[in-house]
Design a protein around this ligand. Structure first.
Ligand code: SAM
Length: 253
């Protein structure tokens, strides 16, 4: 069991585990209303393609067969909406996020998209999910796990709430592995993104945290070991866009 005074990091800053969640929550309270716009601007729309790949990999049933998805750190609902559109009448998604402001934006978007009957929003912590054991067919977490202080606990919770035969997919920023692109990516990350954050959200610091936290996140093979340690089988991953992001997969057998 981790103690709250144990050390971790918030971007490049050393903080305690107890402090980290509050700092992360401040970031997403601050950017919630402009979060979706910033995603498009920062990634040139690429985040949409990455999310589509995640949902295609999940491959929820297109017929009437019941399928329950839990999208953790689901924020404004992007993954759940995409999955709902790609699936049949039996599909239901619960979007769970620790931040009420992000969920409020998501709820509004669900109503606008006429998906509020199939996608619901629940406030909760990835480290201690308020869902029964073995209750979901799929668990997704996109650009969320990096923000969770105790990643090992979140992965154990993912395993607990999945039914046997259920799949966990984790989409996260990773490390660029193409010579030349890495230097360009660093320049863009450390110079352009915080400035874009300042102009669009009035908050450069939150976007500095974003780029720093990406650099602190484990490399794909190390993260795959963490997923295995939580109990998952057949763990693998693919990198996308030269390693800018990685999509990890694991099964509860
Ligand atoms: N999944 C969405 C997407 O891809 O657009 C949102 C990702 S956003 C970068 C990260 C989200 O993680 C935020 O909405 C934040 O509130 C949430 N988050 C951070 N720590 C969390 C925790 N311990 N439990 C649940 N959600 C958390």
């Amino acid at each position: 069991m981790n103690r709250p005074d144990e050390g971790t990091h918030f971007g490049f800053r050393d903080v305690t585990l107890g402090e980290k969640q509050g700092l992360v929550n401040d970031v997403f309270h601050s950017v919630a209303s402009r979060y979706d716009l910033m995603n498009d601007l920062m990634s040139g729309g690429l985040h949409r393609a990455w999310k589509t790949i995640m949902v295609n990999t999940l491959n929820p049933p297109r017929n009437e067969r019941p399928y329950a998805l839990l999208d953790v750190a689901g924020g404004t609902g992007d993954i759940a909406f995409r999955a709902a559109r790609a699936s049949g009448k039996g599909f239901r998604a619960s979007v769970c996020d620790i931040n009420g402001d992000m969920l409020a934006v998501g709820r509004e978007r669900a109503v606008k998209r006429h998906l509020d009957d199939r996608v619901s929003f629940v406030e909760g912590n990835a480290e201690a999910l308020a869902f029964p054991d073995r209750s979901f067919d799929g668990y997704t977490i996109a650009f969320g796990i990096r923000n969770v202080p105790r990643i090992d606990l979140a992965l154990k919770e993912a395993y607990r709430v999945l039914k046997p035969g259920g799949r966990c997919l984790c989409l996260e920023f990773s490390s660029v592995d193409v010579p030349g692109l890495d230097r360009l990516y660093d320049l863009f990350s450390f110079r352009v993104i915080p400035e874009l954050g300042r102009v669009v959200t009035g908050d450069a610091e939150s976007y500095r945290y974003l780029v720093e936290s990406i650099r602190r996140f484990p490399k794909p093979a190390a993260f795959a070991d963490m997923i295995r340690a939580a109990g998952f089988s057949r763990v693998n991953w693919q990198t996308l866009s030269g390693g800018i992001v990685a999509l990890h997969s694991g099964w509860r057998l």
